[in-house]
Design a protein around this ligand. Sequence first.
Ligand code: NAD
Length: 296
Amino acid sequence: MAKLGFIGLGNMGGPMAANLVKAGHQVTVFDLSAEALKQLEAHGAVAADNVSDVCAGADFVISMLPASKHVRMIYTGEDGLINYLEKSTLVIDCSTIDAESAQFVGNTLAQAGIAFVDAPVSGGVAGAAAGTLTFIVGGSDADFNKAQTVLNDMGKNIFHAGAVGAGQVAKICNNMLLSILMAGTSEALQMGVDHGLDPKVLSEIMLNSSGRNWTLELYNPCPDVLENVPSSNGYKPGFMVDLMAKDLGLAMQAAQQTNSATPMGALAKNLYNLMQNQGSGSEDFSAIFKLYSQKQ
Ligand code: NAD
């Protein structure tokens, strides 16, 4: 069993750290929230008073923070972890951030002799609690192999996308495609409904035709086509509009870096920003269906 430091005990990090304790690891945790620390103590983790305490003797330091600025600050900012990490520690950042920031942190730590992988996740809060997350890892072969030994205790599928930063790129490629599929599926379903079709019948037809896709099959955005999905539960998340909008912002940033053409992704980003402006930021991302279905 390993000695682990874990920073960022929010909706995702809290249950992830709890699963590491459950797997038998010795886990020292840190968060700015005293309440979050208390909850993890109740699971058997040791609460650190400051960020440097998570580094002492740690085989791995794992972070699950809101955004790029937090990750840059925690590792490479003034009094950052770079000053306290041991050379034998592998740093695993699971936050969803831009690839450039992941590379910056990875390179800065590498110059101090400390290994780093980016390992953003897919699977949401339910996957974090159930220990069934998908991890998409960027880093060297050796660091990927080492990271797997603890990622296995929080997830089910662990992919090696490439070098440091590649995990973040693969994750936002997937989420950009997901948003486009969700918007397109909503658009097609509503056009059928406008013409008097039953959305259940139309979904069945498209599922057995070339329009078949994950959103139609498992996360149908039209209410009451499927049970136990956010659309049939008042669009309660699930995966929030705010988080999809964040990921699409990262996707556009990545596209700009390489001059990649992403017209569909740009449109999806605008639609999700529109939803945020309309006050739907905390609804599930399948609520985009309402942009098409709610007519004045
Ligand atoms: P969250 O806001 O619930 O949790 C973030 C935690 O980080 C909070 O507890 C906060 O107190 C802590 N924190 C912030 N700054 C800190 C600092 N300087 N030192 C210590 N702790 C600090 O966020 P979340 O939903 O857990 O998401 C975390 C990351 O996971 C994000 O990058 C998000 O995009 C990604 N993600 C979230 C989901 C989801 O469904 N929530 C799914 C996939 C990926």
